[in-house]
Structures are given as C-alpha cells and as structure tokens.
Design a binder for this molecule. Structure first.
Ligand code: GCU
Length: 137
C-alpha cells in the first residue's frame, strides 16, 4: 500500500511549537517539542483495521537519544522508541514503528518520555502492511 503522509505541523500539539528555522523539513515546517517529558504530537489517521508501519521523520541535533512512546487510541503500542541524534537539526532521519490500527479514525500520538522532550518532528507516514487475506491492498 502507498504511504499516507501526515504533517506534524497540522497535528494536535501538546507542549510544542511549529517552527521552520532548520532546513530540510517537508510541508510548512516541523514541530519543536518543548524540552519537557510528556510533550506530544497527536495525528488523526484514518485506516483500515490491521497492521501498519509508522515512519516518523525527525531531526535531533544533540548526541542524546530522545525516546518517545507511540500510542494508538490511548493505548501504548511501543515505548522507548529511539530518536537518536542525527548529527544536526537540519539532518532528518526516519524511525519506524509497527502498530495495529483500528478501522476508521485512529489517534496516533508520539509522547516524549524524558526531560529533554522529543526530537523535532517533521512528518508521519503511515503504510498499511499487506495485502492480507480479506483486506484490500
Ligand atoms: C535547539 C534547536 C531546536 C530544538 C531544540 C531542542 O534550540 O534550534 O530546533 O528543538 O534545540 O533541544 O529541542
């Protein structure tokens, strides 16, 4: 299946701000998480039920990992997902996370779990795994 793109600057931001001062982002900018545990970005993802791969495009100009928990509809599906240093705030990499999505609207949230907060987050790409029996490609 083709990836569906969701820009972070269009998502629901809790403790963070949209910025565009580091090159290489897509869309209109990126989310600079506050340097605070619990800062988060929540995407609204419409999907078919089943396994999917999330690809989170981010930059981390420090040398310290900024792990996040990934939840779907309020339930953590992955914790301690690494958002390691990328070498510069203008160098973007992708962290991938396998999840299971529900049919219809899913609230996909990436929450920082350390005091440094999250990385700068550019975009979420969602790709349905499959095709699987009974599920269209
Ligand atoms: C710097 C950088 C920001 C980044 C921040 C951070 O201020 O310019 O883009 O978000 O560090 O530590 O998170």
């Amino acid at each position: 299946a083709a990836a569906v793109e969701h820009q972070a600057e269009g998502a629901a931001i809790s403790l963070g701000v949209v910025e565009s001062n580091h090159a290489g982002y897509t869309g209109g900018g990126f989310v600079n998480y506050d340097n605070a545990s619990g800062s988060s970005v929540e995407f609204t993802v419409t999907a078919q039920a089943g396994p999917a791969t999330l690809a989170l495009r981010y930059a981390n100009g420090t040398t310290t990992n900024r792990p996040m928990t990934i939840s779907v509809n309020g339930t953590a599906q992955a914790s301690g997902v690494a958002f390691a240093g990328t070498g510069a705030w203008s160098t973007w990499r992708t962290a991938t996370v396998p999840v299971t999505l529900a049919a219809g609207v899913n609230r996909v949230r990436a929450t920082a779990t350390t005091a440094a907060g999250g990385p700068n987050l550019d975009r979420l790409d969602v790709t349905a795994d499959g095709p699987a029996p009974g599920r269209p490609a």
